[in-house]
Design a protein around this ligand. Structure first.
Ligand SMILES: [Zn+2]
Length: 302
């Protein structure tokens, strides 16, 4: 009899819910807008309805669910709360695990979305078999999950490893967190759009930037050369502290591909502590951005 896990990725725009089998294959998934249901009870009921509809479609019994893993921005595994995430402001800080356990009547495990990506990458991705690695999610913002000695680092407050907010320019761009000059302000989708605007004077979408880059537009080549330098700098700070076997780039920006990866690795080795040069591989995640978050979330209970 097939046992499955439910993976839930709560994003700023959409909530994605999927059924994942014990080999890490995504059987089916559904998506709905996170901001649609205004209060959290309504949202919890919507989650339950979606899970039931997915099970029905696959003719899987509710009793075959082993547990439910949830990844969310500022999701805190220690407190069971989503703590005032900048991209989902309408809930503020809300306890997720208690109402989810009550309504869904299953084991619920919550984690920060970047940590979820790290767990998924270690279980089924390019970090499989590694005991020391860092996953950096490069999307609207930047998140990071650090695995050291085979264990996810969570820190004293359950929210450790905010690599996106490492300072790389003392008097740099303003950050959504209230600080300035953070890695996220240069190497997230938002940061890259700002760099492109500085270089071209145009407001370009990330898709336009990416397409022009792949057509060898010299201005966009420059955009990604700068991005790679900033990213290599930021990652070298993490690498100097944690000496990982690999740093895995995930999320939308990572889809730019090999040229970016190569340049990030080159800059990383330029900036990292000299004894560590050449000891850390920079890799690109092979788990698709769309599916990775759901599979990673499910892996919290598999
Ligand atoms: Zn910041």
């Amino acid at each position: 009899m097939m046992k499955i896990a439910v993976g839930i990725d709560i994003g700023g725009t959409n909530t994605k819910i999927g059924l994942v089998d014990q080999d890490g294959s995504l059987l089916d998934f559904q998506t709905f807008p996170t901001t649609g249901p205004d209060n959290f009870n309504e949202y919890t009921n919507k989650v339950k309805k979606t899970v039931l509809s997915l099970l029905d479609g696959k003719k899987i019994d509710y009793t075959d669910i082993i547990g439910i893993g949830v990844g969310a921005p500022n999701g805190n595994g220690k407190t069971g709360c989503i703590e005032n995430p900048p991209n989902i402001k309408h809930w503020g800080t809300v306890n997720l695990v208690t109402p989810f356990s009550k309504v869904l009547n299953k084991k619920i495990v919550l984690e920060n979305d970047a940590n979820v990506a790290a767990i998924g990458e270690g279980k089924w991705g390019v970090a499989k078999g590694l005991d020391h690695f860092i996953v950096v999610t490069l999307g609207t913002g930047i998140g990071s999950g650090i695995v050291s000695h085979g264990k996810l680092l969570s820190g004293s407050n359950g929210l450790a490893s905010e690599g996106g907010h490492i300072m790389i320019e003392k008097n740099g761009r303003n950050c959504g967190c209230g600080g300035r000059g953070h890695l996220e302000d240069y190497c997230s989708v938002r940061g890259i759009k700002l760099t492109a605007k500085e270089i071209t004077g145009e407001d370009l979408t990330f898709r336009e930037i990416s397409e022009r880059f792949h057509n060898n537009d010299p201005q966009m080549v420059k955009v990604f050369e700068q991005t790679a330098e900033y990213l290599g700098h930021g990652l070298s700070i993490m690498g100097t502290l944690f000496s990982p076997e690999a740093i895995i780039l995930a999320g939308g920006v990572a889809t730019i591909g090999e040229k970016l990866r190569f340049d990030v690795e080159k800059n990383y080795n330029k900036f990292v502590f000299s004894a560590f040069k050449g000891t850390t591989k920079i890799l690109v995640s092979e788990i698709s951005t769309a599916e990775g978050a759901v599979i990673g979330a499910a892996s919290l209970v598999l």
